[in-house]
Design a protein around this ligand. Structure first.
Ligand code: ATP
Ligand code: MG
Ligand code: MG
Ligand code: MG
Length: 564
């Protein structure tokens, strides 16, 4: 690309409303432009980087045996009703209506659509396993879109879905995807960690997240120094029998419990309510309780009565609560008929004994649980949501450290949850219909671009890992108007590099050297080659890698050796 023919639009000003470095640098480099909250245009420069991420993801997915396809973004309501998620998915689901008054969702994820495809397409176990993926635009109406494309409302995701006759086959593909993800993030040159994760609104059994480690990350990752143990601290499923410390820091954020819905409380506490989890808000002599109930069993509860400052809030009577529910929209509601929210007023926590296993004594709600019978046997028996650095690792090996992470990928074993709800079956070897097992695997393609910058920048701008860079090499011409020989030499070098498969751009914009170099550093080009009158006379090019302190003069052969 000749930059005189391209559209570069850099800026020196640090945008005031961009909180994190990646957002600032993406705006300064002119990679993205905001259209509205959580909606971004990718400029020609930004798109080159996005496509590079996509390419690596696609190559590794293909290599791992996944097959690319493309599904619509707009999804009919009826499919979402089959799984119950039309109601359960919550506020992130953007619902739209067409001229005939039919309702649709703009897809935040594609389990329903792909399961519908599979139940129509797949007849026999002989067609299994099948692993399909797409790279496609998603929309989630995030409560707080922020950090630019990091938490956008419209974003690009790679989502894959696999179908199996047996749980064993599902586990094999899950491992293949886990390995492919590790290769993808390694190839992209990112420092990352795979961690145990909660299954969130997607549901299912086993799940791992891949996190790019960065101080600006929204998630806290607990990892052991003595083993491979690593988990997202938002994980709600790794439970310990017995009492646990209150999540005081997180809970302290909930200052006016009376005025929040369960979902809002969950959001403030950083917990995603899984679709298999019902939330029960209780108000009584103990204060406010948010309980997470899986099936019929309470698996966790948060008692806001323990909050410092809660004493400021007087306890409401049942009559007051019910009156409020009816009258004040901000008060624990509005409780919509199909929201899984129940308000139990004027009762103590002991009342939960009716609802849940072992809820017989406050603070000990999991004592008396028959693990395996009442609740799935936890493989890591610890609730690490409240973990702090220095705690013993739940697997008994080493102590925990805490790091910040940006979730860039997430793999799930869904089991039969979706296939069951949508009656997606195949015939087995005996000719009997069997509900398929599924896995699903997401990567935040657009988020990766921002996450990579969080790990790779300096005072002058972005320092792209090579596979992501918009160009690997910038050939810069000094004073193109002065000497046609310099222009010719630079053009020849630029053409030669590209002919050898080295992705180079030619900065022939005729800018002052300082401005030109500043731009190339800001947009993060890994290698810079300067062609000048003086160099030409000496038979050399001035070469500098993005992170080098000094430039060196190299002859042509040395330069090509350097650029591989
Ligand atoms: P988060 O915890 O950050 O909200 P998620 O767990 O809701 O993410 P998944 O449903 O696991 O997201 O989707 C798969 C991937 O899509 C995530 O790992 C993430 O990289 C990406 N992603 C999710 N939400 C967004 C968003 N709002 N903006 C950009 N990327 C996103
Ligand atoms: Mg989310
Ligand atoms: Mg998440
Ligand atoms: Mg996730």
């Amino acid at each position: 690309m000749r930059l005189s023919q391209f559209h570069l639009s850099t800026s020196k000003e640090t945008p005031a409303d961009a909180e994190v470095i990646s957002h600032q640098l993406m705006l300064k480099a002119g990679m993205i432009r905001k259209l509205a909250a959580g909606l971004y245009t990718w400029s020609p420069l930004g798109l080159r980087v996005l496509r590079n991420v996509e390419r690596v993801v696609r190559e590794e997915m293909n290599r791992a045996g996944a097959i690319e396809m493309l599904m619509p973004s707009i999804q009919p309501k009826e499919l979402w009703e089959e799984t119950g998620r039309w109601q359960k998915f919550g506020g992130q689901l953007l619902k739209i209506r067409d001229r005939k008054d039919a309702e649709y969702a703009y897809g935040p994820t594609h389990e329903e659509v792909v399961t519908d495809f599979a139940r129509n397409e797949l007849r026999s176990y002989k067609q299994l396993p099948l692993n399909v993926y797409q790279i496609q635009t998603k929309f989630r109406d995030e409560i707080r879109p922020r950090f630019g494309v990091m938490r956008a409302r419209e974003f690009l995701m790679k989502d894959a879905y696999s179908f199996h006759l047996t749980a064993e086959s599902m586990a094999v593909t899950y491992q293949a995807m886990y390995d492919a993800y590790s290769r993808i993030f390694t190839r992209l040159g990112l420092k990352f960690r795979a961690v145990n994760a909660d299954t969130g609104a997607i549901g299912g059994s086993a799940s791992h997240e891949f996190h790019v480690l960065a101080d600006s990350g929204e998630d806290a990752i607990a990892f052991s120094d003595g083993s491979d143990y690593a988990a997202n601290t938002e994980m709600a499923e790794a439970l310990a029998p017995g009492p646990r410390a209150p999540a005081s820091a997180a809970m302290a954020k909930v200052v006016t419990p009376w005025q929040r819905t369960c979902e809002e409380v969950a959001k403030l506490l950083g917990i995603e309510l899984a679709s298999t989890v019902k939330s029960v808000a209780m108000i009584g002599e103990q204060g406010f309780v948010l309980a997470l109930v899986r099936g019929d069993h309470m698996v966790n509860e948060i008692k806001l009565a323990k909050l410092p400052g809660l004493a400021e809030y007087r306890l409401a009577t049942e009559a007051e609560i019910l009156a409020h529910l009816g009258s004040e929209p901000g008060f624990l509601g509005p409780v919509k008929p199909l929201q899984p929210i129940t308000v139990i007023a004027d009762r103590s926590v002991a009342a939960m004994a009716d609802l849940v296993v072992g809820a017989n004594e406050k603070g000990f709600h999991l004592t008396g649980v028959n693990w395996g019978r009442d609740l799935p046997e936890p493989d890591l028996v610890a609730d690490i949501r409240n973990a702090v650095a220095g705690d013993p690792s739940p697997d008994g090996q080493g102590t925990l450290g805490i790091a910040r992470g940006i979730e860039v990928g997430h793999v799930f074993q869904l089991g039969q949850k979706y296939a069951e709800a949508m009656k997606a079956t195949v015939l087995d070897a005996e000719g009997k219909a069997q509900v398929m097992f599924m896995g699903c695997y997401g990567i935040g393609v657009s988020r990766i671009v921002a996450a990579a910058i969080e790990q790779n920048f300096d005072a002058n701008g972005i320092c792209w890992p090579e596979p992501m860079a918009p160009w690997r090499v910038a050939v810069c011409i000094i004073n193109p108007k002065n000497d046609p020989a310099v222009v010719e030499a630079a053009q020849a070098l630029y053409i030669d590099l590209n002919a050898r498969g080295v992705d180079a751009c030619l900065d022939d914009r005729g800018l002052r050297p300082g401005v030109m170099f500043g731009d190339m550093e800001l947009i993060g080009i890994p290698h810079r080659v300067v062609v000048s009158e003086r160099g030409l006379a000496a038979g050399t090019f001035e070469y500098r890698a993005r992170r080098d302190a000094e430039a060196v003069n190299l002859d042509r052969a040395a330069l090509f050796a350097q650029l591989g």
